[in-house]
Design a protein around this ligand. Structure first.
Ligand code: G6P
Length: 366
């Protein structure tokens, strides 16, 4: 494939902007828009599964975390997820009734591959959600679910993340139907929502100018805290990971409910706090955490949607309004603002965005 930056300064910037199209490709492979059905290729009987075991590293792990929320909620199917480097060495209790899923952009990450092989040795059926279809993982698993977003060059993963989340969203819908948790009409409704994702991702990329303005302040910070609940707690981890990877600013992502068990001690007027909260079932709780940090001088950047902005507690330094979306796709829609924030902070700091120090695109040795 022809890989060029085009009019962009960095691959990462291009790849963030590629996401509406990338997501469209991904969804096209897992959705039948005419029938209104989600379809996962390969011979996996979701109705018969006891559980899913996801193994992954880095951003792929965080994509898996988002998937856990969606799959358990929609399909009532237990999902365990673990960092591959831990999983492979700790003698996990595995039963053949589980499906092992490796999440990996490259399909070559050493720890993820070893974790996958461990699952195979224990008699589990295995699947890989990968970008590189010629990769070792793709060759070794029973079922390959490619993410189809095109080559990703920037070391910090962006479009692969939203593509991985798109695959797991389709999987959640397919599994829900197979397990009798939703009927055909509900599946069609969810599929229609998923088909809206590329357009809404494009709209949320439209927040770029607002994000750029905020980046000026964040670039001066020593520590940044990201908070969210539910799937947004996973995005909080991703926001923090992206920022530290490419801007070298210390950042932590936390489930907002854990705030008072530690991170609130860090909050003062020098600490920017990014709160991710669309107007969903978690909103009230996240908003109250936001008030708690503001009461301690915390400078809040509130990333929400129109309804969330309307109900926002007073005092946020900045409110960024992403498009309204169903909770099924809000992780996809809310990703671009945090990616863009990390990107613009890194650019302001003069960092080498596509080749951050000490990091590799693919960690193929331990
Ligand atoms: C490296 C990359 C990350 C990536 C992780 C897992 O750390 O810098 O962007 O998320 O590896 O890679 P994989 O190819 O398995 O998704």
């Amino acid at each position: 494939a022809l890989v060029e930056k085009g009019n962009y300064r960095h691959f990462m910037e291009k790849e963030i902007h590629d996401q509406p199209e990338g997501c469209q490709h991904t969804i096209a492979a897992y959705i039948d828009p005419i029938a209104g059905r989600a379809r996962m290729a390969g011979d996996v009987d979701f109705a018969a599964l006891d559980r899913i075991q996801i193994v992954a590293c880095g951003t792929s792990y965080i994509a898996g975390l988002v998937g856990k929320y969606l799959i358990e909620k929609l399909a009532d199917l237990p999902v365990d997820i673990e960092i591959a480097s831990e999983f492979r060495y700790r003698e996990p209790a595995l039963r053949p009734g589980a499906l092992a899923i490796a999440m990996s952009q490259s399909g070559e990450t050493a720890d993820t591959l070893a974790a996958l092989r461990l699952c195979q040795a224990k008699g589990l059926k295995t699947a890989a959600v990968v970008n590189a279809q010629e990769s070792t993982m793709a060759r070794e698993v029973d079922v390959v679910w490619p993410i189809h977003c095109g080559p990703e060059i920037g070391v910090a993963s962006t479009k692969a993340f939203t593509a991985q989340v798109s695959v797991l969203t389709a999987l959640a819908v397919a599994a829900a139907r197979a397990r009798g948790r939703i009927d055909a009409a509900e599946e069609q409704r969810l599929v229609r929502i998923l088909l809206e994702a590329p357009r809404l991702i494009a709209e949320s990329i439209g927040l770029e100018d607002a994000v750029k303005a905020v980046a000026v302040d964040i670039a001066k910070a020593r520590d940044v805290l990201y908070l969210g609940r539910g799937p947004m707690s996973a995005l909080a981890l991703e926001g923090a990971l992206k920022l530290k990877e490419i801007s070298y600013i210390h950042a932590e992502g936390y489930a907002a409910g854990e705030l008072k068990h530690g991170p609130i001690a860090l909050v003062d007027e020098h600490t920017p706090i990014i709160v991710l909260a669309p107007y969903d079932s978690y909103y009230e709780k996240s908003a109250s955490n936001m008030s708690e940090v503001m009461a301690r001088g915390g400078q809040v950047v509130f990333i929400t949607d129109p309804e969330g902005a309307k109900h926002a507690p007073a005092g946020a330094k900045v409110v960024m309004t992403a498009p309204a979306s169903d909770p099924l796709i809000s992780p996809l829609v809310m990703s671009a603002p945090i990616q863009l924030l990390a990107y613009h902070v890194a650019v302001l700091k003069g960092a080498d965005v596509d080749q951050p120090r000490n990091l590799a695109k693919s960690v193929t040795v331990e």
